[in-house]
Design a protein around this ligand. Structure first.
Ligand code: ARG
Length: 586
């Protein structure tokens, strides 16, 4: 376990761990509890004393109370350059004031060696992030948009933290609706093999029309049901028709992914289909599968409905596929952490098959041990009326239109500010995209994912307040300060020294240095809003620094320019992790 420079919490924890081993040599499993704090007593605090006292008071009379343990912990800290001073407060809290010089040095080191050196290291090596996952021929709705945005950010944060991430699009590409779609394709487009995907047009309309046909004509219905059997039996023509329909859907989904700059690998439900019989066979051998009303089910402790794994008609379902997919991810892909991003409405489904997997011994029953499966749930997207988000018509929202509108609005705002004349078309276009798509993403990510959020263009595109627009502009402003100084930053990194003498410089410097532990926390709890909050506070701290400390033309100019640069570097990394493209000019 290598030490990460620029990870204050980790480095302090190491020091306190060493101190604890000296202070209470028999209590080897006590882990240091180190937390950042904002008070006049210090920057960080070690909170072990109280619980440690109750643990050892029966065994030894060495310490008269928690404050005495606190004193001993403080005294036994190994010598270090990172700590300026310590004090013990209340019931044994050890407060730490970091050395300002050390903070400044750490920032300078990052500027020279790059922000990759601040990347946290997690306990897992390989993870699956199952996200986006729309259903073929059905609507890709705002819920899928949330899953796409949240999942992509989680994948980016894990990747930065040295985890190999398998980004999986678990599309719903298998199911009885395909019989109907295939028959309708044959009927409507007799030469379907020869035509391009575009000729079929909008797949949702196609789905609706085929459903109408299905409900109206018993003979068609009969053929559709036959088609499912022939498709599942592997008949080539049916398989080709299925593939064609999937291809059309894929094109639509890709338009959304392309706008959002999201990459993921499609491994749809159909991929896991061949693994289902073996997996269910295995669970049956373990005595977990029972007959119930013609279906085959797994009873889960504490749940009043069983998990159906084979339907009464002999077919498989969502749960059977998810069991097979989990099996595959654990055994074939050797993932240690499997993360599913869907709306909270599916929580029960995930709890059920995770329980089954634990029962089968695929996952350890201790929830903290690895491999681990985690459901990342999120709330609804609401419209201004407080109801489920819809566009003007009662129809569902087309995601592509939604994203285009965000872009067009941000473009209009830029033109209003005179950028149309000032910039090239390409610049205008790229900035409008960065701001528009960034705004949609940030509005989603800044709230705790479990809360419902209201989709409102005016709010998300406001250039004041906690929005992507405000943050992107703040970054651009920093870049322009540096540009206008006329100084060569690369040169300054080597020749000038970062000094943090002004209190606002120190606050900004310490905040910069807390980047690594923030990303680590966001990863461990799978909460992108933690990073958003950090980014917003960074911008606030910068504003405070910039209004109280003159940069260009001051005696501290070179150091302060380096501080500007460090802020811009960290902001850009935050943007990157949130899937937002930075802008350099406004
Ligand atoms: N296709 C599903 C839906 O639209 C989401 C799939 C999530 N992933 C999973 N492995 N179940 O609701």
């Amino acid at each position: 376990d290598q030490e990460i420079v620029g990870h204050v919490k980790q480095q302090l924890s190491k020091l306190f761990e060493a101190s604890l081993r000296t202070t209470v040599p028999d209590e080897l499993d006590v882990e240091p509890l180190v937390v950042p704090c904002t008070g006049k007593f210090g920057d960080y605090q070690c909170n072990n004393a109280m619980s440690l006292y109750s643990r050892i008071k029966g065994k030894t009379t060495q310490f008269r109370g928690p404050p005495a343990i606190g004193q001993a912990i403080m005294k036994n800290l190994p010598p270090t350059k990172m700590i300026e001073s310590c004090s013990v407060a209340g019931p044994g809290f050890v407060n730490v004031v970091l050395s300002t010089k050390w903070i400044a040095k750490s920032i300078q080191k990052m500027l020279i060696e790059g922000i990759e050196t601040w990347a946290p290291r997690l306990r897992v090596k390989r993870a699956v992030v199952d996200f986006s996952s729309p259903n073929i021929a059905k609507e890709m709705h705002v819920g899928h948009l949330r899953s796409t945005i949240i999942g992509d950010t989680l994948a980016r944060m894990l990747e930065y933290s040295n985890v190999e991430v398998l980004r999986r699009n678990h599309v719903g590409d298998w199911g009885t609706q395909f019989g109907m779609l295939i028959e309708f394709l044959f009927e409507e487009f007799p030469n379907w093999e020869g035509i391009g995907e575009q000729a079929i047009g909008d797949l949702q309309a196609f789905y609706k029309a085929s459903k109408t046909r299905f409900d109206a004509d018993p003979a068609f219905k009969e053929r559709a049901q036959q088609a499912v059997v022939r498709l599942q039996g592997g008949e080539a023509k049916y398989h080709r028709a299925w593939a064609k329909i999937c291809e059309i859907s894929r094109r639509e989904f890709d338009q959304v992914y392309q706008r959002l700059g999201v990459h993921l690998e499609e491994k749809g439900e159909s991929f896991y289909n061949p693994y289902i019989p073996g997996v269910i066979e295995g669970l049956s051998k373990q005595g977990m599968v029972e007959e119930s009303e013609g279906a085959r089910v797994i009873f889960i402790e504490g749940k009043n409905i069983p998990l159906i794994v084979v339907k009464s008609d002999g077919g498989y379902n969502y749960a059977s596929t998810d069991l097979a997919a989990l099996w595959y991810r654990l055994n074939e892909e050797k993932a240690e952490w499997i993360i599913y991003v869907t709306d909270v409405g599916q929580q029960q489904h995930f709890e059920m098959f995770f329980s089954a997997a634990k029962h089968a011994g695929w996952l350890p029953s201790d929830g903290k041990a690895y491999p681990q499966a985690t459901h990342v749930g999120f709330g609804l997207v609401l419209g201004d009326d407080g109801k489920r988000f819809r566009t003007r018509s009662t129809e569902v929202v087309r995601l592509v239109d939604l994203l285009d509108e965000a872009k067009n609005r941000s473009k209009a705002a830029l033109i209003e500010r005179g950028k149309g004349a000032e910039w090239s078309d390409k610049e205008l276009e790229q900035t409008a995209e960065a701001v528009g798509y960034g705004a949609v993403k940030y509005a989603d990510l800044k709230n705790n994912r479990l809360t419902n959020y209201t989709f409102n263009f005016d709010q998300m595109l406001n250039d004041k307040g906690n929005t992507a627009v405000y943050l992107l502009y703040a970054h651009a402003r920093i870049c322009s300060i540096i540009r206008k100084s006329g100084k060569d930053i690369e040169e300054l990194k080597k020749t000038a020294t970062v000094v943090l003498d002004h209190p606002d410089e120190r606050v900004l410097g310490l905040h910069l240095l807390q980047f690594a532990e923030t990303v680590e926390e966001a990863c461990n709890n799978l909460l992108p809003n933690v990073l958003c909050e950090y980014l917003y506070n960074l911008s606030e701290n910068f504003t405070k620094f910039y209004s109280n400390c003159q940069v260009v033309g001051s005696a501290e100019e070179t150091s302060r320019l380096l501080l500007c640069e460090a802020t811009a570097v960290v902001m850009r990394k935050c943007f990157y992790l949130l899937g937002i493209v930075p802008v350099y000019k406004i």
